[in-house]
Write a protein that binds this ligand. Structure first.
Ligand SMILES: NC(=O)c1ccc[n+]([C@@H]2O[C@H](COP(=O)([O-])OP(=O)(O)OC[C@H]3O[C@@H](n4cnc5c(N)ncnc54)[C@H](O)[C@@H]3O)[C@@H](O)[C@H]2O)c1
Length: 250
């Protein structure tokens, strides 16, 4: 599928990797609709970005909110060719915090919140969008931003489980809907240099993490964007988990 003139729906496109993807897709001539939780970021996108970019406020972890937002998007005449499930929260917490004097076990609220944002959202949005694609007889593409944490990352029970779920859904839907011409790809970044990565980690921690990467550096958001464009354009690609991690999983 070509990028020019393609209608792409991006979740969590207000900042970070999602925002970068929106800008690069816009530059490549795609039309972009963003579902974003943060109202201020939606306003920013609607005011600053090009006429090809629109944003609507939506908590993609909330099934009813997703239904309303998808209806808004499609009623605006936006027939979705490509969905990018990008919205997510990165959360680290040990299964048992041995140093805590009060509640030592992993918070169940945090578990639910991460699963809702990082996994439920992918199911809620994709099921509605695929229904729309099939009704419009589109040979659509669904790209989900996973993580190498899907292989199991110490201290990230909920995040790792959610991203492993995203990979499983990618395989399942590729098999289920491939015969109808739809494609499903997951992109699994390693450590990416984003404003939130910089805000969350100290310089010392960042230097330590880079030593674990065979290429000895963080990935640029451009590397994720290039993988997204490749996934859209390569018509024989489906069911793949594309690792963009500088060799970290090796
Ligand atoms: N940054 C990394 O190094 C890295 C590595 C691997 C995978 N990822 C994945 O990439 C994706 C983007 O990560 P990022 O680092 O850009 O994060 P980020 O926090 O910078 O941006 C996430 C965006 O999603 C939005 N969002 C969050 N919850 C939402 C919800 N319920 N509904 C709608 N929008 C919501 C936020 O408002 C924000 O605009 C995530 O799925 C993350 O797991 C990131």
């Amino acid at each position: 599928m070509k990028l020019t003139g393609t209608n792409v729906l991006v979740t969590g496109g207000g900042r970070g990797i999602g925002r970068y993807l929106v800008e690069q897709l816009d530059e490549a001539g795609a039309n972009v609709f963003v579902l974003e939780y943060d109202e201020n970021l939606c306003e920013e996108l609607n005011q600053l970005a090009s006429a090809r970019v629109r944003a609507v406020q939506c908590d993609v972890a909330n099934a009813d909110a997703v239904d309303i937002a998808i209806q808004t998007v499609t009623e605006a005449g936006f027939d979705i060719d490509v969905l990018i499930n990008n919205a997510g929260i990165i959360h680290s917490e040990p299964l048992v915090n041995m140093l805590s004097r009060t509640e030592r076990a992993h918070s169940r609220d945090n578990w639910r919140k991460v699963m809702a944002t990082d996994l439920d959202s992918v199911f809620f949005v994709t099921s509605r969008v695929v229904d729309h694609m099939l009704a419009k007889r589109k040979k659509g593409v669904v790209i989900s931003i996973s993580s190498i944490a899907a292989n199991g990352n110490a201290g990230q029970s909920a995040y790792s489980a959610a991203k492993a779920g995203v990979n499983a859904l990618t395989h399942t839907w590729a098999k289920e809907l491939g015969p109808l011409g739809l494609r499903f790809i997951a992109i699994a970044p390693g450590f990416i240099d984003t404003p939130s990565t910089r805000a969350a980690l100290s310089e010392t921690m960042l230097a330590k993490l880079q030593q674990q990467v065979p290429l000895r550096r963080l990935g640029a958001m451009q590397a994720v964007s290039q993988a997204v464009h490749y996934a859209i354009e390569n018509d024989y690609l489906t069911g793949s988990i594309l690792e963009v991690d500088g060799g970290l999983v090796l």
